[in-house]
Design a protein around this ligand. Sequence first.
Ligand code: CU
Length: 216
Amino acid sequence: MHIRLQRSLWFAAWMLSASAAAAVIEVNVYDQGNKPLADAVVVLQRAGPAKSGNKPKRAVIEQIDREFNPFVSVVQTGTTVAFPNRDPMLHHLFSFSQAKTFEIKLYRGEAPRDLLFDEPGVVALGCNIHDWMEAYVLVVDSPYYAKTGSQGNALVINLPAGDYRLWFWHPHQKKPPPPQTLRVAQSDKRQLTTRFEIEKRPRRDKPPLQADNYAG
Ligand SMILES: [Cu+2]
């Protein structure tokens, strides 16, 4: 009992010191009109391949109210993704993207299987029934990333000291901001600002719900 307590105290102290030493980077992202930009992804990539031995991760992309949620996901290579359909009607998922080509035919509730995303790249999701449904998975070879919320800021935490390439992505980008190289010191706390040029009206409107949307 005593040894176990000591060990857990030691672990807590180690966790504290580890998080104190790790750097934090906040990126504030705007569009060309200086409005905070949501769903922009910030990725910090160390030279060389990502460290292996990371725990496998799992992400969830729902279909709800005839939309995908979230609209943008960013996952590390090796992540499995579940695609539950929370709607009363059927959806029919597909992707033609090179990083992950697949189809999950007409279903409701849990999808028959989770899918493994093991190749870096952009995966654009669609639904065969509802052509306005749109979502993206950015698969990255790094555990250090964040996505902006409605305030346009993304926080990358637990960053070990080192040299990184910092790059940006948004599904509706006309032009992403140029990537940067960044030397991160221990306990660094940094704030950066960057700007995207994005498409003006990129999304299709969702039509009102009709009785026959429930068919099938
Ligand atoms: Cu659908």
